[in-house]
Design a protein around this ligand. Structure first.
Ligand SMILES: Nc1nc2c(ncn2[C@@H]2O[C@H](COP(=O)(O)OP(=O)(O)OP(=O)(O)O)[C@@H](O)[C@H]2O)c(=O)[nH]1
Ligand SMILES: [Mg+2]
Length: 222
């Protein structure tokens, strides 16, 4: 016998208001903001380490890092010579719009001196989905070691994203995973979702994702 209880979260009106305010500030400053979500260890920071060296040749880049504890990711990204603010939530399992607003107030450079802002959320496939931050695009990084079924089990996260990066492609020879099944699961919850298979370690597959990001930015500017 099986009993299932479905619990619906109340919509977070105040957060949405603050997210809209963040978006307004970003738009006014001419900054395109991209948030990264995904499980702990899926490769969000490694993706930033992979793409920032190329992107910073063309864009002035800022990063907001979100972690429960430590500034380890902040230090990793700051080593790439970009402006970084580390948010340490002290226990909260997601960023919210208020925290991002605070980070925007405390960037090491004025907001209008940036072109592109990455916001790395706390590693978590559940809570961050419910909180808009004011970003222009949302990206989920899913590592192939997490299993094909994650989009089906955590649908909100995959429904609310604008692209899916399936990471750690270099591990395919060692992990019993069906990437077609993983993509199909993502498309069940989000038909038409752009999916990119990459290895942030080797750089394989990264260019098409950067092209997607640039197209999104170009549409935003029109
Ligand atoms: N083999 C392989 N390892 C990777 C790849 N990308 C990231 N990793 C490794 O995965 C581990 C976690 O990477 P991070 O980039 O720190 O993951 P994260 O998503 O930022 O983690 P949190 O910020 O803690 O949520 C590190 O040991 C990375 O070296 C990849 O493409 N292939
Ligand atoms: Mg990280």
């Amino acid at each position: 016998m099986l009993q299932t209880i479905r619990i619906r979260e109340k919509l977070l009106g105040k957060n949405d208001e603050l997210a809209a305010h963040n978006r307004e500030r970003l738009d006014t400053a001419g900054v395109f903001a991209v948030s990264l979500c995904g499980s702990p260890g899926s490769g969000k920071t490694t993706l930033l380490e992979r793409v920032i060296p190329a992107l910073r040749l063309k864009f002035r880049i800022g990063v907001i890092e979100g972690d429960v504890e430590t500034d380890r990711d902040g230090r990793r990204v700051a080593a790439l010579d970009v402006a970084v603010t580390q948010l340490v939530t002290g226990g909260a399992c997601h960023l919210d719009a208020k925290m991002v607003g605070l980070a925007l107030d405390n960037l090491p450079v004025p907001l209008h001196d940036l072109d592109l802002l990455f916001i790395e959320n706390v590693g978590n496939l559940v809570c961050p989905a419910a909180y808009a931050l004011g970003e222009n695009a949302r990206v989920v990084v899913l590592s192939l070691t997490e299993g094909e079924d994650k989009p089906l089990k955590y649908p909100a996260m995959f429904r609310k994203t604008d692209s899916l990066v399936i990471n750690k492609l270099d591990l395919v020879p060692y992990v019993p995973v069906d990437l077609q099944e993983m993509e199909a699961a993502a498309h069940v919850v989000h038909p038409g979702l752009p999916v990119f298979r990459v290895s942030c370690t080797t750089g394989e597959g990264i260019e098409p994702w950067i092209d997607w990001l640039m197209e999104r930015r170009a549409c935003w500017k029109k």
